[in-house]
Design a protein around this ligand. Structure first.
Ligand code: X2N
Ligand code: HEM
Length: 451
């Protein structure tokens, strides 16, 4: 632990003065995005503030983001800031592995997300929406994020682990176990990772034994290669040439599921709510659906989903305004020079996809939902490097982007052609209290079958 100090070392970025030993945690915690935007007004492109036990240096404009995205892993570490997730993902995987091994593990997942598997995933997505439609019936209301979370859990779990996972979700409480496990990753656990969490650890043990059972079954009975698990079972670490140990496979799957669930649930919720609460955009989306799908209950295919460009722009626009990961962080392992500034070793460097998405130098009227900004001739996101940060940028850019887009578009397409939907009440506000940031709940949607 470093001591709380207002002392500014030579050439360090401007520092926000604090008067309490806990620094600016209250202002930061209540509204992290506003905190960074206010800091920008006062200090410019870069400033440092004490937050609880950390000195955090915020980069507030895309013009200086190269400092963040061009750093190598030994200059800017991920492990040091993201290791609080280790009790959830497990030992030896992702942020608990060395940088070479982490890179290989991430690559196993991305190699598993092939176009060939994507063709199959679209069938999985459609089947799961069909199941949900059977539950929902002709007409009624549903909580948007809860219902979307169900759809994402089922579709992501099947894509990563195969059809065998379904019975555990349906009848053996795996959904609740995921929930208990993921509750172990909270915003505050970033500052205080050591807090004991019995519920999290019990869920972890139970999930690991379920995944282990599935893996043993798969080893006896190799299926026809339609999920990411198969990729992991056939992968080998480059240096040792050894297959990936079961404990690592399980850890990578848990990390992949965490990554695939919260972000996608939030992305699909904002996309759907933004579409149906804006008449003009809703009509354009439905026009595109009619053009590509012809009949309301036509079967989806990979090619058709790929053709839904307007729907994709709606999702990208929702992610611009409401990125689920509101800040990305790196630990400064070697002092970093930028112009006249030197960011000292030991600081946490921060860029915010949320602040970037609302940057007026890049996006005109940034608070307006306008999918056309991603289309010709505007292409506003291409005006500046690192201007579109929902999926990150540089060497650690998201590897699940194409999967998430395919999943969200498939599910929304099927839902919109089945039901006419209406958001009850106004578009929700943003809830900054969790680590992955989504709409304030409840947000209720009223639906009625179209045919
Ligand atoms: C109680 C009002 O203080 O002050 F998951 F394989 C798996 C992102 C990590 C953000 C940390 C905010 C703290 C508010 C406290 C994988 C899909 C990933 C990638 C509220 C006092 C994980 C921590 C956010 C601190 C802000 C880490 C995810 N693709 N998913 N109230 O991401 O990639 C993965 C990658 C992080 C943070 C914070 C408060 C690969 C308070 C009062 C109270 N933050 N934050 N992923 N706060 N208060 C992931 C990125 C990686
Ligand atoms: C990294 C966002 C879906 C797996 C990232 C990063 C962002 C992000 C911002 C960069 C983190 C950083 O630089 O610190 C999102 C969003 C998603 C999504 C908004 C959905 C809408 C997924 C899915 C998967 C996934 C579905 C897996 C199946 C990963 C992994 C990394 C990553 C493994 C780490 C890459 C690395 O460090 O090299 N994601 N993600 N993400 N994402 Fe995603």
């Amino acid at each position: 632990h470093t001591v709380s100090t207002n002392k500014q070392s030579k050439n360090a970025p401007p520092r926000m003065t604090h008067y309490l030993p806990v620094g600016h945690i209250v202002g930061f915690g209540m509204h992290p995005v506003k905190f960074i935007q206010d800091g920008r007004k006062k200090f410019g492109d870069m400033f440092t503030a004490r937050i609880l036990n950390k000195d955090m240096t915020f980069l507030t404009h895309p013009d200086v983001y190269d400092l963040f995205f061009k750093g190598t892993d030994d200059e800017l570490g991920l492990r040091e800031v993201y290791k609080f997730m280790t009790p959830v993902f497990g030992k030896g995987v992702v942020y608990d592995a060395d940088s070479q091994m982490m890179m290989e593990q991430v690559k196993f997942v991305s190699s598993g997300l092939t176009t060939q598997r994507f063709h199959h995933f679209v069938d999985v997505f459609e089947e799961e929406v069909d199941n949900k439609i059977k539950q929902l019936g002709e007409t009624g209301t549903f909580g948007c994020t809860d219902t979307m979370a169900d759809l994402i859990i089922f579709t992501a779990s099947r894509s990563l682990l195969g059809n065998g996972i379904r019975e555990f979700l349906e009848t053996k409480g795996l959904g609740t176990l995921y929930h208990d496990l993921d509750a172990g990753i909270s915003a505050l656990s970033f500052f205080y990772p050591g807090i004991p969490q019995g519920q999290r650890d019990r869920a972890s043990t139970a999930i690991r034994s379920i995944f282990s059972e599935l893996i043993e079954k798969r080893k006896l009975n190799p299926d026809d290669d339609q999920d990411v698990l198969n990729e992991l079972l056939n992968a080998k670490y480059r240096e040792s040439g050894e297959p990936v140990p079961k404990e690592h496979i399980i850890g990578v799957l848990i990390a992949g599921l965490f990554a695939g669930q919260h972000t996608s649930t939030i992305a699909i919720s904002w996309t759907l709510m933004s579409i149906i609460s804006n008449k003009h955009i809703y009509e354009k989306v439905m026009e595109e659906q009619k053009r590509i799908m012809c009949e309301d209950n036509a079967k989806l295919s990979y090619d058709k989903v790929m053709e839904m460009e307007y729907l994709e722009r709606c999702m990208r626009e929702a992610l611009r305004m409401y990125p689920p990961l509101i800040m990305l962080m790196r630990y400064v392992k070697k002092a970093r020079k930028w112009g006249d500034y030197i960011v000292p070793k030991g600081n946490v460097l921060v860029v915010s996809p949320s602040v970037t998405g609302r940057c007026e130098d890049v996006y005109e009227n940034p608070d307006v939902f306008d999918p056309e900004r991603f289309a010709e001739p505007r292409k506003e996101h291409e005006k500046k490097r690192h201007a579109n940060l929902a999926f990150g940028s540089g060497r650690h850019k998201c590897i699940g982007e194409n999967f998430a887009i395919l999943q969200v578009k498939s599910i929304i397409s099927k839902l919109l052609r089945t039901y006419d939907m209406k958001l009850l009440g106004k578009l929700p506000t943003i809830d900054y209290t969790s680590l992955v940031v989504g709409p304030t709940t409840p947000c209720v949607i009223e639906y009625k079958k179209r045919f």
